[in-house]
Design a protein around this ligand. Sequence first.
Ligand code: HPA
Ligand code: ZN
Length: 334
Amino acid sequence: MPLPKAELHLHIEGTLEPELAFRLAERNGVTLPYADTGELREAYRFEDLQSFLNLYYELMAVLIDEQDFEDLANAYLERAAAQGVRHAEIFFDPQAHLERGVPMGVIVEGLWRALGRSEENHGVSTRLIMCFLRDKSAESALLTLEMAEPYLDRITGVGLDSAEVGNPPVKFREVYEAAAALGLRRVAHAGEEGPPEYITEALDVLGVERVDHGLRCVEDPELVARLVRDRIPLTLCPLSNVRLRAVDVLAAHPLPAMLDAGLLCTVNSDDPAYFGGYAGDNFRAVREALGLTDDRLRELARNSFLASFLDDDEELRARYLAEVEAYEFGDAVS
Ligand code: HPA
Ligand code: ZN
């Protein structure tokens, strides 16, 4: 039995496996510029965040109607459940679909057809987090939030993703203020490729409760002290960091030092179809490459539920936390 865990950093569009991409392309009459799944996988040689994003946005062309979004989410939930994910807080990137003419209602309702039945179908509770693309304008983000207003009963929070460097958090001050006024939770990618100052800015200017990645905080001891003191969770994505070259090799990942420093770290998969593994695969990889003890792995699983937005269902959170404490380690953490 896999270790029970919550996944808090997962882009639903990043779960599009080549096989599903080709199936949806055929169903929708879309031509992909790759002969087959093998040739597509060959394209997965990323040098940095931008080279990944180029492919990530290109493949979204196959997502057109509600059924596509439902199929995508169900495929993820099934794989995640098999790797011990009991709760998933799922990002989606509406601007990447709106600009292709896919309406907000198709995106949200399509995803909801899977998420709304996930507890019964997959045993996974879910929340939905709408991300703004930081390489688009602040006005576009504001318009996106406005378009999401009819669907806010489905959306728990907002996030910020895409090309980080040159697009600091302060650019999105206004839309985060508006999101807070609507009662939405706030997270943001910061300190993946961008400097530690972006993490500080995300906390001070955007009021985020959780930092996605946050890896580069280790360069600023004062920031680390603040994150520890204020119990700000970081959603780390170890296999993503290797593929996008934020770290050279997994054995050099600062996760053990970050845990030793008292940071509230979680382990997540980011874009599992592209980066070589789902949540459990990430747990297994850090256990093997970094020699994490069972106590450390249990801490990571506990942190994932503590850092989740289950504040609206403390009973469920307590049940998951009890599952983590009762877990008996065998050879499987995935
Ligand atoms: N970083 C920034 N933007 C993203 C990512 C990521 O890891 N995945 C999908 N969009
Ligand atoms: Zn991400």
